[in-house]
Design a binder for this molecule. Structure first.
Ligand code: SF4
Length: 229
């Protein structure tokens, strides 16, 4: 951690206020039901969202976008249906692993899975084949509507440039920073993550466009760069 603990909370809230003031609400996550959000969280691993939407549409058109449907469909057929999202054989196995766990432990009921405290739910999700920390946190935040901050490559890049984390910080270290220094509110975590993604895509790119960035006054990296010609 680069920033003293006492400043982290203040800085994280300042970042949020600046991004929200510029971009406004981002209206994430797309999904018609919690189960669809779970499926999307698994399929979006290393995939563009537009391709995930095609795979989800295939499942919906076949009447399979529900726990019973995914449990009963043969894995080969499932692979064909999720083909647009890439890594289709691996993702079909991951979807199968999720619904098999859901039936084995929770009788196929998402509500029972999601009824657990966040820490228990996270531990349980991480025990399932194919669910890593980012997918688990996405499921908890966007499908269960519980506060578990989602960290991605944009988050790491922005926070590293802001001096809030070391460049080689682990997923869990970055996530712990948000969990320890923000109010535990799902709506705040949801909006915050979406705002960071927007900044990472539009401004804090690999080659950052600092002159247009709302975080420039509080960003040591941006302020150290020479002004554009
Ligand atoms: S000022 Fe530049 S480096 Fe800092 S967050 Fe903004 S775009 Fe990224």
């Amino acid at each position: 951690m680069v920033t003293p603990e006492s400043r982290a909370s203040e800085l994280l809230l300042e970042i949020y206020r600046r991004l929200y003031a510029l971009y406004g609400p981002q209206h994430w996550w797309p999904g018609e039901s919690p189960f669809e959000v779970v499926v999307g969280a698994i399929l979006t691993q290393a995939a563009a969202w537009s391709n995930v939407e095609k795979a989800i549409a295939n499942l919906r058109n076949e009447g399979l976008l529900n726990p019973q449907g995914l449990l009963s469909v043969p894995v080969d057929r499932l692979s064909q249906l999720v083909y647009p999202s890439g890594y289709f054989n691996a993702k079909a196995r991951k979807l199968k692993a999720f619904v098999e766990h859901l039936y084995l432990v929770y009788g196929g009921e998402l509500d029972r899975l999601f009824a657990q405290p966040v820490a228990d739910l996270r531990r349980d999700l991480l025990s399932i084949h194919g669910i890593g920390p980012e997918t688990a946190d996405s499921i908890i935040l966007y499908a269960a509507a519980k506060p578990s901050f989602v960290v991605d490559a944009y988050t790491r890049r922005i926070l590293s440039r802001l001096g809030l984390i070391a460049a080689d910080a682990s997923y869990d270290q970055v996530q712990a920073l948000f969990m320890a220094h923000l109010p535990a509110e799902a709506a705040l975590f949801n909006e915050y993550h979406a705002l960071l993604v927007r900044l990472g895509k539009e401004t804090c790119r690999r080659r950052p466009l600092c002159a247009a960035c709302p975080l420039l006054p509080i960003c040591p990296t941006g302020r150290a760069l020479p002004p554009p010609p």
